[in-house]
Write a protein that binds this ligand. Structure first.
Ligand SMILES: [Zn+2]
Length: 157
C-alpha cells in the first residue's frame, strides 16, 4: 500500500515534470526562432532579375550591384564576364549600375546573367546557389558550395 502510493506519487511527479519540459521546449523553440538570422539560402525562384533601362545609346542595369551582392559575387567579375561575352565596352558607375555603351536587349542581358549563374554560382554537385567564388594565386578559381561543401574549378574570367 505504501509502495503503491509512492508509485502513484512518482508517476504524477513524472507527468508534471514532463509538462514542464514540454512547456520549456516550446519556449525554447520560440526563443530559437526569434533569434534565427533571416534565411539566406536562395532557390532558383529568387535569383535576381535585372532591371534594365536605356539612356540614349547606352544600356543601364540599375540593380547590378544588388544583384551581384545577392549572388555573393564581385560586380567587377560579373561585369567582365558580361562585357567579354557581348564584346562591348562598359563600366560599373559610382551607384553600382552596369552601363554598357551600346544597346543590348533585356533578353540577351538576362540570358548572359543566367549563364554566369550557371557557370560561376550554381554548385554542380548539389545545385545550390549558396556558393562563394575563391581565387587562389589569381589563376585558380574555385566555386565553394556553402550547402554541401563541394569545391569545383571554374574558368577564370
Ligand atoms: Zn553543393
Amino acid at each position: 500500500m505504501v509502495a503503491m502510493s509512492k508509485g502513484c506519487y512518482k508517476m504524477q511527479r513524472g507527468k508534471e515534470h514532463g509538462l514542464d519540459m514540454l512547456y520549456d521546449y516550446d519556449k525554447l523553440l520560440d526563443r530559437l526562432y526569434s533569434r534565427l538570422p533571416p534565411k539566406r539560402s536562395m532557390s532558383a525562384y529568387d535569383l535576381p532579375v535585372l532591371q534594365i533601362e536605356y539612356a540614349g545609346t547606352h544600356t543601364v542595369v540599375r540593380n547590378f550591384a544588388e544583384a551581384c551582392d545577392r549572388l555573393r559575387r564581385e560586380p567587377r567579375v560579373v561585369m567582365r564576364f558580361i562585357l567579354r561575352e557581348l564584346a562591348m565596352p562598359g563600366a560599373v558607375d559610382e551607384r553600382g549600375q552596369l552601363v554598357i555603351y551600346r544597346k543590348v536587349t533585356p533578353h540577351t542581358l538576362q540570358q548572359l546573367f543566367t549563364r554566369f549563374i550557371e557557370s560561376y554560382v550554381k554548385c554542380p554537385t548539389c545545385g545550390s546557389y549558396d556558393t562563394e567564388l575563391h581565387r587562389r594565386k589569381g589563376k585558380i578559381w574555385i566555386i565553394k558550395c556553402l550547402a554541401c561543401g563541394a569545391e569545383t574549378f571554374a574558368r577564370p574570367i
